[in-house]
Design a protein around this ligand. Sequence first.
Ligand code: CAA
Ligand code: NAD
Length: 297
Amino acid sequence: MKIEKVGVVGCGLMGHGIVQVAAAGGHQVVACELDQGALDKGIGRIEKSLAKFASKNVEKGKMSEDEAQAWAAEVRGRITPSTEVTALHDCDLVVEAIVENLDIKKSFFAELGANAKPDAIFASNTSSFPVREMAAASGRPERFVGLHFFNPVQLMRLVEVVRTDETDEEVFAAARAFGEACGKSPVGCKDTPGFVVNRLLVPYMVQAISMLDRGDASKEDIDTAMQLGCGYPMGPLTLTDYVGLDTTLSILEGWTARYPDDPAFAIPESLRLKVSEGKLGRKTGEGYYSWEGDKKS
Ligand code: CAA
Ligand code: NAD
C-alpha cells in the first residue's frame, strides 16, 4: 500500500505544517482550504518556513545557496493549492486538519467519502475526538486512522498514529510509514481521549491556568518554574497561547460532555472568558500573553 499523493484539508496552524512535511518527504500534496484567502495565507506560511530552512541549511554549511533555493523550489513545486474537495479524488491518503468541531469533521468526512477513490486512506489530526466516530461517518471505517501531529509541525518530531478496533492492519502500517516519510517518529495509540500526549498535557495546562486564576503565582513565574524546574522548552501558559485558546476550549468541552465527573477536564473560567472575547492566543495577538510576532509581554 504505497502513499504517493496526499491531500491535506485545512491549511491553518497545523494543516500548513502537515502540507510542508508531506511535500518535503517526497509526496505530491493537494492543499485544500475553504476559500482563496485562507489558502493563500497557508501557502504563504509554507513559503516563509521553506525559506527559513533553506537559509539555515546554508548557514550550517549543509547546502550551497543554489542548492538550498533549488530544494525549497522543489518542495514548493510538489504542492497544489485548491479550494475544491473534488481535487482530492485521486489522493492515496487524505489528512484532515480543520477546526476542532466533531459535527463539522463528521460532515466533512461524509462528503469526502463520496469524492475520494475507494481505496484511499483517511486520517484525522483531531486533538481529542473519538476517531471511530469520524471513521463511521466516512463510510470506510477500516481505512481510517488518527494521524496526530504536533505544533509546530515542522519542528516537532512526534506523530501519534491512532487505530480504532476497525482499522485494517495494512492501513495502520501504511499510515506509520507515511509519518516516517514525513521525518517523524510515529507512536501507535488506541482511540482513547487525548491519545497519549494530550491526555497528559491538556490537564497539565488546565492546572496551570487554574493556578493563575486563583492568583497562586504570576503567569511569568508559572512558566519559568516549569521551564527551569522541569526542563520544558516552554511554560504551560505560553504553550496554551501556542496551541490556541479556542482549540484548548474545544478539547475540554468535548471531554467534559463525555466525562462530566472527571476533575482533570474541568474548564477554567478565564479560558471561557478569553475565548468569548476573541483572545485566542498567539494567532490573534492576545491570549494569556500579548504577542507581537514571536515576542510576548
Ligand atoms: N519553519 C522553519 N524553521 C522554523 C520554524 C518554522 N515554522 N519555526 C522555527 N524555526 C526555526 C527557528 O528559526 C530556529 O532556527 P535557528 O536555530 O537557526 O535560530 C529553530 O527553528 C528553532 O526555533 P526557535 O529558536 O523558536 O527554537 P526553540 O528552541 O525556542 O524551539 C519550539 C521552539 C520547538 C517550539 C520549542 O519551544 C518547543 O518544543 N516548545 C514546545 C512545543 C510543544 O509542546 N508542542 C506541542 C503542543 S501540543 C500539540 O501540538 C497537540 C495538540 O493537539 C494541542
Ligand atoms: P486553525 O483554526 O489554525 O486551522 C483550521 C483551518 O481549517 C482554517 O484555516 C479553516 O479555514 C480550515 N477549514 C475549516 N473547515 C474546512 C473545510 N471544510 N475544508 C477546508 N478547510 C477548512 O486550527 P488548527 O490549530 O490548525 O487545528 C486543526 C486541527 O488540528 C484541529 O482538529 C485541532 O484540534 C488539531 N490540532 C491542533 C493543534 C494545535 O496546537 N493547535 C495541535 C495538534 C492538533
